[in-house]
Design a protein around this ligand. Structure first.
Ligand SMILES: [Zn+2]
Length: 88
């Protein structure tokens, strides 16, 4: 992990501002979502890319009941559903 040398104070609502130069560098735009990770006593912020809950794939994501699923897994589920129905 590399230090940016940037020190920011948390305001009275628990917020910090991500410096614009850092946002630019990491392609984070206003209203983008960031995901919060914890590692030991560190907090890591990552630009949020919705990923498939089954395989972690980040392309072709469909959201269903607040879960993300990729088109490949969706197809596999649909196919196995048909196989399941055929056994009935
Ligand atoms: Zn998947």
């Amino acid at each position: 992990m590399k230090s940016t040398g940037i020190v920011r104070k948390i305001d009275n609502l628990g917020r910090i501002v991500l410096p614009s130069e850092l946002r630019k560098k990491l392609n984070i735009e206003i209203k983008d979502a960031v995901e919060i990770y914890v590692s030991g006593d560190s907090i890591i912020l990552k630009k949020y890319f919705p990923a498939c809950v089954f395989c972690g794939e980040a392309n072709d994501i469909i959201s269903y009941r607040d879960k993300n699923i990729c088109s490949n897994c969706l197809k596999e589920i649909n196919d196995s559903d048909e196989e399941f129905i055929e056994t009935l």
